[in-house]
Ligand binder design. Structure first.
Ligand SMILES: N[C@@H](CCC(=O)N[C@@H](CS)C(=O)NCC(=O)O)C(=O)O
Length: 278
């Protein structure tokens, strides 16, 4: 999606990606860019330091979210739209085949609709948090810092709810069950096929690899619940350049291990929420 950016000093040529290492939407684009061999310049927006709510970044993307792609001076947001744009610009290898376009768009929309669920499970089981790190002051700065559209309103609602109710077991179980349902559908799709859409690797494999990696890092029992999806995941993990884009930094690996140990002791792991002994 092309947006009108208020930032005065954006690069006017080349391909620039505003991104963050552990942002799943950024990871998706970095894998796609790696596959099509595009040369790009990265600009890190530190989400853990809330740089995305600062005036400089809100001027670039009023929604305060990464990734943002600046291509020859034009500003694009929404990672799945950017995947389609990259295909137009870098058609080799073909990751968004024209004859599968409608199916790809449907599956990517389903993936996007689960983004807040991924975020909840990631916060709770990978980062070991039970609430939000965004202070009321930060939320005020976000609200006041740029105009509000539907996507920004959804972000505000997400963080307000997180501040109010935290990440209790019922909320996490509800999110986890949505992934179980999605992976069950993929389990059926993968019967006799190597990829999520038949015989061809597409952006849908990239998008869901990123989600599967994050969920597995939080202890999602992929192998136990969805053996074909697990095998598909391992095959994608072996693809050159894929895992390095999603691998967690050592500090996050430590946090995930500590969260798992605590949850094992309390019987509240992600697997346990789904009824799988852990
Ligand atoms: N639908 C958007 C979602 C973008 C999004 O939620 N990005 C996350 C990182 S993966 C973000 O910037 N989060 C900021 C925050 O939670 O403060 C897309 O696909 O680009």
């Amino acid at each position: 999606m092309l947006i009108q950016s208020a930032a005065a000093d954006l690069p006017t040529s080349g391909l620039h990606l505003f991104h963050f290492a552990t942002s799943s939407c950024s990871q998706k684009l970095r894998i796609a860019l790696g596959m099509n061999g595009a040369s790009w310049i990265g600009h890190v927006v530190d989400l853990s330091a809330h740089e995305n709510y600062g005036p400089d970044f809100l001027a670039i993307n009023p929604r305060g979210m990464v990734p943002v792609l600046v291509l020859d001076g034009a500003v694009h947001v929404e990672s799945n739209d950017i995947l389609a744009l990259l295909e137009e610009r870098f058609p080799e290898p073909c990751l968004f085949p024209a004859d599968k376009r409608a199916e790809i768009i449907t599956l990517l929309a389903e993936e996007d609709a689960l983004h807040h669920d991924l975020r909840r499970l990631s916060f709770r089981f990978v980062h070991g948090r039970s609430g939000t790190t965004k202070t009321p002051e930060l939320m005020r700065a976000y609200r006041a810092g740029s105009p509000t559209d539907a996507k920004k309103a959804a972000e505000i609602a997400f963080y307000e709810r997180l501040a109010e109710t935290g990440l209790d077991a019922a909320t996490c179980r509800a999110s986890a069950e949505k992934f179980r349902a999605a992976f069950d559908r993929f389990e059926a799709r993968l019967a006799g096929h190597p990829f999520l859409i038949g015989e061809t690797l597409t952006v849908v494999d990239i998008a869901w690899f990123v989600y599967a990696y994050r969920l597995a890092a939080g202890g999602y029992p992929l192998k136990e619940l969805h053996p074909r999806v697990h095998d598909w995941f391992e095959a994608r993990r072996a693809m050159p350049g894929w895992e390095k884009e999603v691998a967690l930094p050592p500090i996050v690996v430590e946090r995930a291990a500590a969260a798992l140990a605590r949850d094992r002791a309390a019987g509240t792991t992600l697997a346990a929420l789904l009824g799988i002994p852990d």
